[in-house]
Ligand binder design. Structure first.
Ligand code: SF4
Length: 364
């Protein structure tokens, strides 16, 4: 496993808490989410897509958020940016950023934060780029909106400088090209440059930023994230379904399932001794070194993520969990409990589960 530079020790340790209100605090948080609830109406009544999430990201930290599709990861990112698609809405909680609760801001006050202080990079670069505009025009348009006092010459120089910062060679030539003339990897670098164009981004949300790329390019883009995060001391929320990406990049990892956090730990601890059966299942689904099995033949967690409108009673993972016990796991939703400093798990049985060892040939 590749290790990234550690964040300061005080930023990795959570304050203690109990029950579902436990707070996984950071000494110098860039972002603090407390008790976040997001609901959508449905014929069966309101459905919680985010159910009481507490999470913090320290300044200079890369926090990985992992889970299968449909677990609520993207909805969490959208909540931070105040971009929940209607008719969904935030029904509770706080999202503190720079001493302000983002959920209390109107759209006028939220707009400069989005892009200036909090930026997002999405999975598919073409969804962020306008196919009809040259790369240079797209970057300078963003600058025009956020830095209206700059001259066009200053904007052009900044755009070129930014492309170089994200590792694009022949930057001035690239500025004159259209997105379709670039490879997928270069397009994603351009999107990252555009996300950082305003210079004062304190939190970068990267939602599956490498999923659409091949493995070699994926490694280069992850390296770029790590470098930019360290140079700028940004906080990064790295959303992915791939624990291999987390292993290469993140300091801490939060595992999400059915709208709740089920495990949080410093990344090496999570790989060394995962506590939650869901985390263990994700780890066992990682590719094996030298085996070369196609993805469809890797061991997978049985079943699929339950419909949020029809969760099992008690633990949401009950139907897929090899360790479930009817008389305990169906009785109540497990609380998030601290298992050791900085590590938390939501499982009634975490103390008694057999020890877990990651097979030696698993390659995160
Ligand atoms: S609470 Fe029970 S069902 Fe849920 S993860 Fe733990 S052992 Fe499995």
């Amino acid at each position: 496993m590749k290790h990234v530079a550690p964040i300061p020790a005080e930023s990795q340790t959570g304050t203690s808490g109990s029950g579902t209100t436990a707070f996984h605090g950071a000494a110098e948080p860039a972002l603090e989410i407390r008790g976040l609830q997001v609901r959508f109406p449905s014929d069966q009544g309101p459905v919680s897509v985010i159910d009481g999430i507490d999470l913090s990201i320290a300044k200079g930290e890369i926090l990985g958020l992992v889970g299968e599709s449909g677990c609520g990861k993207t909805m969490l990112a959208r909540s931070i940016l105040r971009l929940i698609p209607p008719p969904g809405r935030v029904t509770g909680g706080k999202i503190m950023f720079d001493g302000v609760d983002l959920l209390g801001l109107n759209h006028e006050r939220m707009r400069p934060i989005r892009g200036d202080k909090i930026a997002i990079v999405l999975q598919e670069p073409m969804t962020s780029l306008n196919p009809a505009l040259r790369i240079g025009d797209q970057i300078t348009e963003v600058l025009k909106a956020h830095r209206p006092l700059l001259s066009q010459a200053e904007r052009n120089a900044l755009a070129s400088d930014l492309l170089e910062q994200v590792g694009i060679q022949m930057a001035s030539q690239r500025l004159t090209q259209y997105p379709h003339e670039l490879s997928g990897g270069i397009r994603q670098r351009v999107v990252i440059a555009m996300a950082l164009v305003c210079g004062d981004v304190r939190l970068l949300i990267a939602d599956e930023p490498t999923t659409a790329l091949d493995v070699t390019i994926q490694a280069q883009i992850l390296e770029l994230f790590t470098r930019l995060q360290a140079e700028r001391r940004m906080a990064v929320l790295l959303i992915t379904h791939d624990l291999g990406v987390i292993a290469q990049t993140a300091h801490r990892v939060a595992v999400m399932y059915a709208g709740r956090i089920v495990e949080i730990a410093e990344v090496n601890q999570l790989f060394d001794s995962p506590r939650h059966p869901y985390t263990r299942g994700l780890l066992l689904s990682l590719p094996r070194r030298g085996v070369g099995l196609p993805k469809s033949q890797l061991p997978a967690i049985a079943g699929s993520v339950p419909k949020l409108s029809n969760l099992p009673s008690g633990c949401s993972f009950y139907d897929r969990c090899p360790h479930h016990l009817e008389d305990r796991c169906q009785v109540s939703v497990p609380a998030l409990e601290e298992t050791r400093p900085g590590s938390w798990v939501r499982c009634h049985r975490w103390r008694e589960l057999p020890a877990f060892e990651l097979p030696a040939d698993v390659k995160p």
